[in-house]
Design a protein around this ligand. Structure first.
Ligand code: C5P
Length: 301
């Protein structure tokens, strides 16, 4: 059987609003998620038994705590119990960053094993498995995986409105944001901790999701920035003021907007042109190890 390699892109949250706390302990989300051109590469190799993870990163677990491992275990037990897989994760997405690095690896494993072992699960079945693994995994699977060359599965870039825990997805028009700068500060934040400390009555800035969608649908990438906000900043910036400082500096350097992604701590900024974006990239690169200048993720037509 062949080996396959899949691109697993990171996401940013262009808006992130929370409507309240649910009886299951999770929070009711309304968030626009968007895949960017920063991706891990997942290589899958069939094995007669056992799940083995190898990686170039020293920051990710190799056992069942890894979402990619959970994904492999789940889909193999439903498709071909007893068989195994070797998963090589080329880690390029910062870990614990709010960019869905672990979730996107799990999504790629589901799509890849479905293909490799000819499991024939439908898109809906795969999305259900994804949601059971983690709140962001379904979105990461939402970009369509396809096969331009026999040895590779790529994902088409996705933008979607996510509601519920993050698993109720509605596809949005494809738009390319050309100049995105991501700065990951040198600390991590626990997603569970950030959510648990959220006090909606203390939030000062909410996204205007209705207007965001109107402008997005028109293709007006410059003006989306007016309507973007992330309510989780109210917690993360209190815990780590450096996030707020990075945001203000990015705005001063000419960004249209700068926002934390997910529960943080990564901050992304949208720039109006390449020259200003490159200047900001250079300035932050002198201070931070994980800084990326990129555009939206786009493959296929
Ligand atoms: O689903 P996942 O394991 O990725 O979520 C991590 C944590 O983030 C959850 O344990 C929960 O505390 C919090 N969360 C939440 N509401 C969501 C998504 C995540 O409270 N919609």
């Amino acid at each position: 059987m062949q080996t396959i390699t899949i691109e697993a892109p990171a996401k940013i949250n262009l808006t992130l609003d929370i409507k309240g706390k649910r009886s299951d302990g999770y929070h009711e989300l309304e968030t626009v998620m968007h895949q960017v051109d920063l991706f891990d590469r997942i290589t899958l190799e069939p094995r007669t038994s056992g799940i083995e993870i190898a990686t170039n990163s020293s920051f990710i677990p190799l056992g069942p705590e890894n979402l990619a491992y959970k994904a492999a275990l789940m889909i193999l037990s439903k498709c071909q119990p007893g068989v195994g897989v070797k998963i090589f994760i080329e880690k390029n997405i910062p870990v614990g960053a709010g960019l869905a690095g672990g979730s996107t690896d799990a999504a790629a494993v589901l799509a890849g094993i479905n293909h490799l072992y000819n499991c024939r699960f439908s898109r809906q079945q795969l999305l259900e498995m994804a949601a059971a693994i983690g709140s962001d995994v379904a979105f990461c699977l939402f970009g369509e995986y396809f096969e331009p060359r026999p040895a590779e599965l790529l994902s088409r870039g996705a933008t979607a409105m996510a509601r519920g825990r993050g698993e109720l997805l509605e596809s949005l028009a494809t738009r390319i944001i050309p100049y995105i700068l991501i700065v990951k500060p040198d600390f991590d934040l626990s997603t569970a901790e950030v959510y648990s400390e959220l006090d909606l009555s203390a939030v000062e800035e909410f996204p205007d999701t209705g207007n965001f969608l109107q402008v997005w649908n028109k293709g007006d990438i410059i003006n989306i920035s007016v309507y973007m906000a992330n309510v989780l900043e109210s917690v993360s910036i209190r815990k780590k003021p450096e996030i707020g400082i990075i945001k203000s500096r990015l705005i001063k350097m000419g960004a249209l907007t700068a926002l934390m992604s997910g529960s943080g701590p990564s901050v992304f900024a949208i720039f109006p042109d390449n020259e200003i974006a490159c200047r900001a990239y250079q300035a932050f690169k002198n201070e931070y190890q994980e800084v990326y200048l990129l555009s939206s993720y786009k493959r296929g037509d």
